[in-house]
Design a protein around this ligand. Structure first.
Ligand SMILES: [Zn+2]
Length: 94
């Protein structure tokens, strides 16, 4: 059967089973190797105010937020892009 991607969109290999993880945006249960994990630094003070405070030498704490996104949510938020037919055959999992 022809497949869209070489690894069928997962990094599982011949492992058999892997735990399901819930998407932080839509709540869908997705296999662990299929999830897109994003880590971002989030500051409570933003924009001009943060720039001004940094200029005066103040320390502004930043929180590190890690999110698990399913493929549809990752594409919707621009984390992943839809790849053309030839590029799809390359694996993103190393
Ligand atoms: Zn989702």
């Amino acid at each position: 059967m022809p497949v869209k991607r070489k690894n069928r969109g997962r990094g599982k290999g011949s492992k058999g089973h892997e735990p399901m993880i819930q998407c932080d945006n839509c709540g869908a249960f997705v296999p662990r190797s299929k999830i897109q994990r994003i880590t971002r630094r989030v500051s409570l003070v933003g924009g001009d105010l943060a720039r001004e405070l940094k200029k005066q030498g103040a320390y502004i704490a930043e929180n590190v937020v890690t999110k698990n996104l399913c493929i549809s949510c990752a594409i919707h938020y621009g984390v992943l892009k839809v790849r053309p037919r030839e590029e799809r055959k390359k694996s993103v999992f190393i």
